[in-house]
Design a protein around this ligand. Structure first.
Ligand code: SER
Length: 886
């Protein structure tokens, strides 16, 4: 093992570069890392270097080159609980990869990989082993003859170790791994420790996959059109070997971050298990979070956003475990950036978004963490005493729903006490909540019955779609659907959906509403109120037959409402300008989350974490409008999806695109995949005005804007309102705001004065009230009602009466819109003689259908019902009389 000492301790940055340039020497094109969230519906994250190249392996798309190499940012979350507990588990890691799409294969990659490790990196050849798939004699022979590895250092392992697949389905194949022996001091000490042992001694450093098959849903393997190579080597692991440290967290990819976290918590790395675990978790998760946000992920309750949320919240909790009680994550971010921003410039480019999003998420969770932990700790103690029990799923759901604890975090904390969460209960609670949400948002009216349209789409195929080229053309009526059934003839006044042989109508898609217009023939006119795709490429025109009778087979002139389409086009192109402007002003994390394009307005939903300030709105408007004034040509071109991605065209994550896509280009400003209809030059859009900005859910904002005529209409309307306001207030526009403020202030003052006057009036009437009072057994009883008097006012009137007539019994009722309030007061003398004001109020309230009570000297009550008031108050004398007699 002498060679080890000759190996230079290279930095991770250098190793990355050495790898990429080595494979460039072998004809591989170097690509920048692809984003962490792939354009692949089967995967939430890029889990390996090969993911972005899947279509090439599967033969779905022709690659532009046959050899490629990358250092790919990856996320794997299946082992999240192990992160920090071992020296090598990560969520975010970098995979050094090289790929052959039907080009080089085993006999090239085996010696290339060997040469890189031994000659370039300088690993001791005597410490290297290879594993191969059970019956892969070919690989075996190559390791022996091309590399000269001795027989005893080539191991045959089974499917678990040496057959690789990116997921349950898709490209896969046997593989061969290169193992590096770190030496006996790294061994777990088991007598069986050897190649294949999962301890740290025999490290798998590089996986060479001979990608030859595709696996379908039933598990069947079909040979791929060509034989491919996919290799992957973890940069963290390679660095730990080359830098001769005890694990990935001690390499230069992590060490500065670990040190900084330790300083922050005032602990020393290596002193305690808990401390080490915490700073490792924080370092790993923070790196992952920063990269996820730089690639456009925002915290949310599902998908990649949920993983991000879990990572941030998990880090916050680990911070608390080592005594950091304040928000701390953003303090560590500059260290992540220092280590990784070369070559990952996105960390610099999106620094502000990364900081803000992490700070916000940390702050949100920080607010509820303590309370949630208190509940969880209590529950854990309770459950532990009732031995054998699990942590209730209901509690886990409460923590999730109210305190923001990701379920997995609760599970993890419970498992630290040896308990499990009852998942069924949690799921049941979750289902209930979803059911409630569904019930409250249920849309009325069924969607069109599916079958008839699916059948029609099968028999008629896709409708020829001419909306890009023309606004009017002749077409044959192919089918008429009335009340979900095909008919041959439609009579005047009837409603139906009509399929044509071709159409200039744009059918609703990609957020753009369907066209309207007419289908007419001799003596026939069908008014189209909407155009839709009910199934596949079939287009139907929805509307009503205004004249004549419409028959299948007839030729009609299909003409769209051109003015309406023009208004739609303006709004659609403006949507693209707005999207780009938001990205430029707020940052490239802005992603379209939905849109609606109509003739009157556009609505654009996008991912962003805070509301736009008025100045930001104005800035977006100015940037958009500058493009309108520049009157740039708007062009479309059709190209392969791969080509489009290469040009950096914006595409939507969740959208599935065909192999051929349409790209809308506004030169120098925006390129985006789009199937909609657009203006020919931006000048045609006219004025663009944002009319509203609001939040519609966690991390999603919504903007409404109007263009062209509707922008003018909106502007005119505000001018009218403004003018009317100025006239009413008799000031000019500039003085409007101060004038309105002064009016409101003046009004408040008047209201206050009025209240005082009302009160004074009522107090004044107290004297009259006293005059009307009756005597019960020599005691003066004042029972009176007051309209519009609150309990407070009643009390003031009562006090006044007592000033005038200290030795009295007072019962006052105030009648307001929402019912009656009552107060009762009795003088010392009255109380001495047996009067009980509380009981008096109770009885009177009960007679009104309400309730009340209190002490002998003072009581209060009330009722919703103020009818029979006079009659009831009149019985106060009898009640007092009865009290005196007792
Ligand atoms: N795709 C293989 C892996 O992830 C080799 O890159 O191990």
């Amino acid at each position: 093992m002498a060679g080890t000492d000759k190996m230079e301790r290279r930095s991770a940055r250098l190793l990355r570069e050495m790898f990429l340039s080595y494979f460039e020497e072998h004809g591989c094109r170097r690509y920048m890392s692809f984003p962490l969230v792939p354009d692949d519906p089967t995967l939430m994250f890029t889990v390996a270097g090969m993911v972005p190249f899947k279509p090439y392996f599967l033969g779905l798309r022709a690659p532009e080159v046959t050899r490629a190499t990358t250092a790919q940012k990856c996320i794997r979350t299946n082992d999240i609980e192990n992160v920090g507990r071992t020296a090598r588990h990560h969520t975010f890691f970098e995979m050094l990869g090289n790929f052959s799409f039907g080009d080089y294969f085993k006999k090239e990659i085996i010696p290339w990989a060997w040469t890189f490790l031994t000659e370039r990196v300088g690993l001791d050849p005597d410490r290297l082993y290879a594993t191969i798939y059970l019956d892969d004699d070919e690989a075996h022979d190559m390791w022996r003859s091309l590399v000269g590895l001795p027989e005893e250092r080539v191991y045959r392992l089974g499917e678990d170790d040496n057959f690789w697949a990116a997921g349950p389905t898709g490209p896969c194949g046997p593989c061969s791994e290169i193992i590096y022996d770190q030496g006996p001091e790294f061994s777990c000490g088991s007598p069986d420790c050897g190649v294949g042992c999962s301890c740290d001694r025999y490290l798998e450093i590089w996986n060479l996959v001979f990608m030859q098959f595709s696996r379908d849903e039933e598990g069947k393997l079909t040979p791929l059109p060509k034989k491919n190579i996919d290799t992957g080597m973890g940069l963290e692991r390679l660095s730990s070997v080359v830098q001769r440290v005890k694990g990935d967290f001690e390499t230069d990819l992590f060490k500065p971050l670990i040190d900084r976290a330790c300083r922050m918590a005032d602990i020393r790395y290596g002193d305690s298990k808990k401390g080490d675990l915490s700073v490792r978790v924080i370092s790993d998760h923070l790196r992952a979070s920063a990269f996820m946000i730089a690639d456009g992920v925002l915290p949310s309750n599902d998908g990649p956003g949920y993983v991000l949320r879990r990572l941030i919240r998990r880090s916050v909790r680990y911070g608390r475990l080592i005594g950091v009680d304040r928000a701390f994550l953003t303090e560590l971010l500059p260290v992540v950036s220092e280590i990784m921003s070369d070559p990952y410039n996105e960390l610099i480019e999106h620094r502000s978004a990364i900081e803000q999003i992490i700070a916000l998420e940390e702050e949100r969770f920080g607010r509820t963490l303590e309370q949630g932990m208190a509940i969880l700790d209590d529950e854990l103690v309770k459950v532990r005493h009732a031995s054998g029990a699990n942590l209730s799923g209901e509690v886990a759901f409460l923590l999730y729903d109210t305190f923001g604890f990701p379920l997995e975090l609760t599970e993890e904390i419970a498992s630290e006490s040896g308990l499990q969460v009852t998942r069924d209960e949690f799921d049941r609670e979750m289902d209930r909540q979803k059911e409630r949400a569904r019930a409250s948002s249920k849309q009325a009216g069924a969607v069109m019955s599916k079958n008839v349209y699916t059948e029609l789409a099968d028999t008629l195929g896709a409708t020829r779609f001419d909306a890009y080229e023309t606004v009017a053309e002749s077409a044959e009526v192919l089918a008429i659907i009335k009340e979900d059934s095909p008919v041959d003839v439609l009579s005047e006044g009837e409603e139906a959906l009509v399929a044509l042989s071709r159409t200039p109508f744009y059918a609703e898609r990609g957020g753009q509403v369907g066209d309207t217009g007419t289908l007419s023939g001799r003596g026939v006119r069908f008014d189209v109120i909407d155009t839709l795709y009910p199934s596949g490429g079939l287009i139907v025109h929805k509307g009503r037959l205004a004249e004549g009778s419409l028959k299948v087979g007839m030729t009609v002139e299909a003409v769209i409402d051109v003015a309406r389409r023009d208004a739609i086009r303006r709004h659609h192109t403006a949507t693209h300008l707005l999207h780009e402007a938001l990205c430029r002003i707020l940052g490239p994390h802005v992603r379209q989350a939905g849109s609606l394009v109509t003739p009157e307005f556009l609505r654009f939903d996008y991912n962003h974490f805070t509301a736009l300030a008025p100045e930001q709105i104005a800035e977006v408007e100015r940037l958009v409008y500058a493009q309108v004034l520049a009157d740039m040509p708007v062009t479309t071109s059709v190209m392969s999806y791969v080509e489009a991605r290469k040009l950096g065209v914006k595409a939507l994550f969740e959208e599935k695109y065909g192999d051929v896509v349409r790209v809308l280009d506004i030169p120098g400003f925006s390129t985006e995949l789009c199937g909609g209809t657009h203006v020919l030059a931006t000048g045609q859009i006219g004025l663009v005005k944002i009319t509203k900005e609001e939040g519609i859910g966690s991390g999603v904002r919504r903007i409404f804007a109007s263009c062209g005529e509707s922008a003018l209409a909106a502007f005119q309307e505000s001018s009218f309102i403004l003018r009317a306001l100025c006239e009413t207030m008799e000031v000019d526009a500039e003085s409007l705001v101060p004038r309105a403020g002064a009016l409101i202030e003046g009004n408040r003052e008047l209201e206050r004065k009025n209240q005082e006057l009302v009160l004074a009036g009522m107090i004044e009437s107290a004297r009259e009230t006293v005059n009307k009072a009756i005597r019960v057994d020599g005691l003066l009883l004042v029972a009176e009602k007051f309209k519009g008097a609150s309990r407070d006012i009643l009390r003031k009137i009562g006090d006044r009466i007592k000033q005038i007539e200290p030795d009295s019994i007072v019962l006052l009722a105030g009648i307001e819109d929402d019912g009656v309030s009552l107060i009762g007061m009795a003088s010392e003398e009255a109380v001495r003689r047996g009067v009980h004001a509380g009981n008096l109020v109770r009885e009177i309230s009960a007679m009104m259908g309400g309730s009340g009570g209190g002490k002998p000297a003072m009581g209060q009550g009330g009722s919703k019902d103020s009818s029979r008031m006079a009659e009831i108050l009149a019985s106060a004398g009898d009640i007092v009389n009865a009290q005196l007699k007792k």
